[in-house]
Design a protein around this ligand. Structure first.
Ligand code: SAH
Ligand code: AVI
Length: 328
């Protein structure tokens, strides 16, 4: 548990705050102190994505073990015509967790959207993607939003065009099923009765395939996980010794999710500003869940959130799904 070394007003958690860099930075400190104070220490995965974390994630996407990106790109290319007919050309395309907007380029080409609104918590990834998109699609009406999609966000007006929310990459898997349902509900109210959603969801599969995807031989996923501690050191004045923590990822079949942890290799204490956290040898910080859904499980979740599962596209190996959801 955290020991407070000086008197301090309790952190205000859960309050709504406007999007923007200052609000996001304040939330980081509060969430880290709160998460490391729990009996099972946790850190929210949205904080992986500083400049270095976004670069590491882009490297993960190009690893041979990390099949989701490869499969989703392949299935999007293979079914682009049908996906475009489902979403409708000239729509307002809103993408959550857009990152490098790699898959989005395919959609932008096929859909010629009236406006494209990429939303991301990583200012660096968002700015780089926006610059690349402006070069490639000079005709595109582009309105990037730097913000946290787990909080209410102001999305720029999209005129009368049909709204389509794009949420690829199985980023939905990083939310608990309850959070995922709430997120889908929020998206449903955003697109309105005539809108739709395109959402990439990783499927349940052989645990060995999953294990390899989160334990790559080059250690890029390990570096991505450990960068969270490095970020706490850089931005919050922490003194984590990265050599004394190890990346650990496994498939929890009972809960249908990959869990990522950072394991303390020895008993130690870590200071973050005026807070001190004790670690027993072997104790973990739970840093990420990545839920996997069968087609039926995901359709049921979408149904509960006010969507109808209309179309599903799979890659040739059947590892990854893109669901086309219509408002119901
Ligand atoms: N859509 C891309 C990237 C997926 S990685 C793809 O399919 O490859 C997840 C992305 O979501 C990252 O770019 C990360 O910065 C962003 N992200 C994670 N949590 C977020 C949050 N709470 N709000 C906004 N963006 C978030
Ligand atoms: C962004 N998200 C869907 C990735 C995933 O697979 O859960 C993040 C990631 N974590 C480790 N590798 C990739």
């Amino acid at each position: 548990m955290a020991r407070e070394q000086r008197r301090r007003r309790p952190a205000q958690l859960g309050g709504l705050s406007p999007p923007g860099s200052a609000a996001l930075a304040d939330g980081f400190r509060e969430d880290v102190i709160a998460g490391l104070s729990l009996p099972q220490k946790v850190l929210p995965p949205k904080y992986f994505y500083d400049a270095r974390g976004s670069r590491l994630f882009e490297r993960i996407c190009r690893l041979k073990e990390y099949y989701p990106t490869r499969c989703e790109l392949a299935l999007t290319r293979a079914h682009l015509g049908a996906i475009a007919r489902f979403a409708g050309t000239g729509c307002a395309l809103i993408e959550y967790g857009s990152g490098e907007s790699r898959k989005s380029r395919l959609l932008i080409e096929a859909l010629r959207p009236a406006v494209y609104v990429p939303v991301d918590i990583s200012a660096v990834a968002l700015a780089a993607a926006a610059a690349a998109l402006r070069r490639r699609f000079p005709w595109l009406e582009l309105r990037p939003v730097h913000g946290d999609f787990s909080r209410p966000l102001e999305i720029p007006a999209a005129g009368r065009a049909r709204r389509v929310v794009y949420f690829p990459g199985s980023t939905i898997g990083n939310l608990t099923p309850e959070e995922a349902q709430a997120f889908l509900r929020m998206s449903r109210s955003q697109v309105g009765p005539k809108g739709a959603m395109l959402i990439g969801v990783d499927l349940k599969k052989d645990a060995n395939v999953l294990h390899a995807a989160y334990n790559d031989a080059r250690g890029v996923t390990a570096a991505f996980n450990l960068n969270l501690l490095a970020r706490i050191n850089r931005e919050l004045g922490g003194d984590f010794d990265l050599r004394r923590f190890r990346h650990y990822a496994f498939y929890n079949a009972a809960l249908g999710r990959i869990e990522m942890h950072l394991i303390a290799l020895a008993r130690q204490a870590v200071n973050i500003g005026r807070f001190r956290f004790e670690f027993a040898a072997g104790e973990s910080i739970h840093t990420e869940n990545s839920y996997k859904y069968s087609l039926e499980e995901f359709r049921a979740l979408a149904q509960r959130a006010g969507f109808r599962g209309e179309r599903t596209w799979l890659d040739r190996q059947g590892l990854f799904a893109l669901h086309g959801l219509a408002a119901r």
